[in-house]
Structure formats: structure tokens, C-alpha cells
Ligand binder design. Structure first.
Ligand SMILES: [Zn+2]
Length: 302
């Protein structure tokens, strides 16, 4: 477009707006459609970024498998994209934990098999019964307590439970041949995490979970994080260990404060955690003060 054309188009646009503001407003969509993307990682395993926790997926000759479901609006976009990629359709859904931004779109998949850790199902039922949203849910149909393994085409998927972390029922799903691990919300990369103490979370064990997961991984293992600063959800072992170090530092700060007789509010006053100053808050609630408060509650609990 040359300069004259640009000016001319702009004038028409501005004139149109001035003459008929209502008509202009009417042309605007009620809400912008969500920004979504599919990213292939390795050997048929990929990730879908939309609104809420990262969705993982596998597509091969037997169809598709998804890990988590975000909310209904983006789940529907994800399902449509997976069906395009996998003519045989979606065979099953795996849930990493019960939170609404990972299970709220379960229904959109329309699958008869949903796998989760037993505590995930328990929490999912408890919080949705409390919120009176049971009719909007699709709950796990198969649960496990330690490990779950299934072959799918030429891939083998293993679900494993390492004890409480972000909630009391977080599973890690490992696409073994592709060597991709979906961490759910056990990994918040460079971001202050949510910690669901009411549903069994433990920061002290979360640190051990991250160590156990890392020790099972190879140097080229790809880790999918549930959430991350700038959507950097494709990670390596280095980011997992960085997050382990962050949780260790924040828990130690709370423990030292409690030991010195500080109140929760005093402990929460820390403005930045040394070495982790660049961590971001995913939302207004998830701040360093929130994480310090949870850690304080944990170390002072009787
Ligand atoms: Zn979560």
C-alpha cells in the first residue's frame, strides 16, 4: 500500500467511525477468539497452547490421545485439530490433576476412557460437587495409584504418581519412545505456582517429586510444563531443576522465618527471592507472597 492509499483508507475508516459509531461497534466480535497453537515436539507427540494448562497429545496410526483439556472453548478447538490430524479419532484422555483449567474441557473430547490418579478423581468430584458444576464435568473412568501403562500404536505411555506436589493427585505422563514427559502443573516454568493445599499439596514432597522425575529423565527428554512465563512450556531437565531450586529456596525462607518467630505476614514481606527475581506471577493471586504463605502454613502445621 502506498502512502496516498494509506491516508485515504484511514480517512474513510475514521469518517465511518465518526458517522456511525454504533454500526462500527456492532461489527466488533463480542470477544476476540482465543489464540491457540499446535506444536509438534517429537515422534507424533505435541502440545496445544490455548487458555489454561498446556494440553499434550500423541497422534499415530491408531488415532490420538490427549493429556488434559483446558476449558470447553479451547478444548473444542483442540479436539477439532486432533481429529484432522488423526482420522481414526481420539481414543482417550489423560488428566494430570483435577484443576478446572486442565479438566474443564474434558466433555469436549467425547471419549469413553479418561485416565487419572485416584486422588485426582476424588478432588475433581469434591470441588465440582461443592461448586455445583457436576453436570459440566466428565470424570475419570479409570484410575491408578502408583503407575499406569498402555501401548498405543508404536508408542508406550506411562503414568506415574510420585506423591503430593501441586495437589494431592498429580500424575506425570511419559511418552516413552518419543521421550516426552507431560508434567501438568508440577512444572511452572519461571512462574510463581499455584499450590492447592486444601486438596493435598505438599511443597516439601514436590521438591522430591521434581528430583525423582529428573533422575528418570535423559538429557534430551522434553518436558511439557502446565504453565510458564511467556508460554515457554517446552522445557528440558535444566528448567525442572531450576524450578526444584526455586521451591527449595522459597520453602527454606518460610522455614527460617517461622523458626525465628516471624509471623506469616512478616515472612510474606520478602519482595524478591534471591536468584529467582525474574519469576513472573501468572495472575494477581499467584505471587511470591502467596507461595511464601502456603510454605509458612506447611512448615508451621501441627
Ligand atoms: Zn493446577
Amino acid at each position: 500500500m502506498n502512502r496516498r492509499a494509506f491516508i485515504s483508507t484511514t480517512s474513510v475508516g475514521v469518517a465511518g467511525l465518526a458517522l456511525a459509531p454504533d454500526a462500527f461497534a456492532f461489527q466488533q466480535p463480542a470477544a476476540a477468539p482465543p489464540v491457540t497453537s499446535f506444536t509438534e515436539l517429537r515422534r507424533g507427540v505435541g502440545m496445544f497452547i490455548g487458555t489454561g494448562g498446556t494440553i499434550g497429545y500423541l497422534v499415530n496410526g491408531d488415532g490420538a490421545i490427549a493429556v488434559d483439556s483446558q476449558f470447553m472453548n479451547t478444548a473444542e478447538i483442540c479436539v477439532a485439530g486432533l481429529k484432522q490430524r488423526a482420522p481414526k479419532g481420539i481414543a482417550m484422555l489423560l488428566n494430570t490433576h483435577h484443576h478446572g483449567d486442565h479438566t474443564g474441557g474434558n466433555k469436549a473430547y467425547g471419549v469413553s476412557k479418561i485416565v487419572a490418579h485416584a486422588n485426582c478423581l476424588k478432588s475433581h468430584k469434591a470441588v465440582t460437587e461443592e461448586a455445583k458444576t457436576v453436570d459440566q464435568q466428565a470424570y475419570a473412568t479409570a484410575t491408578f495409584t502408583d503407575t499406569w501403562t498402555e501401548k498405543f500404536g508404536d508408542e508406550t505411555i506411562e503414568g506415574r504418581y510420585f506423591g503430593p506436589g501441586h495437589t494431592g493427585g498429580d500424575a506425570v505422563y511419559h511418552f516413552q519412545r518419543a521421550n516426552v514427559m507431560h508434567m501438568g502443573d508440577l512444572l511452572f516454568n519461571r512462574a510463581h505456582p499455584n499450590i492447592d493445599r486444601a486438596q493435598g499439596a505438599r511443597v516439601d514432597n514436590w521438591i522430591k517429586v521434581l528430583e525423582a522425575v529428573s533422575s528418570r529423565a535423559a538429557n534430551d527428554t522434553i518436558f511439557i510444563a502446565g504453565h510458564a512465563k511467556d508460554n515457554a512450556v517446552r522445557n528440558t531437565k535444566a528448567e525442572v531443576l531450576h524450578f526444584r531450586n526455586y521451591l527449595t529456596a522459597v520453602l527454606e525462607h518460610a522455614r527460617a522465618g517461622a523458626k525465628a518467630g516471624q509471623s506469616k505476614e512478616e515472612v510474606q514481606k520478602l519482595a524478591a527471592l534471591k536468584g529467582f527475581e525474574d519469576n513472573v506471577s501468572p495472575n494477581a493471586r499467584l505471587t511470591l507472597a502467596f507461595v511464601l504463605g502456603i510454605c509458612y502454613d506447611e512448615v508451621t502445621a501441627k
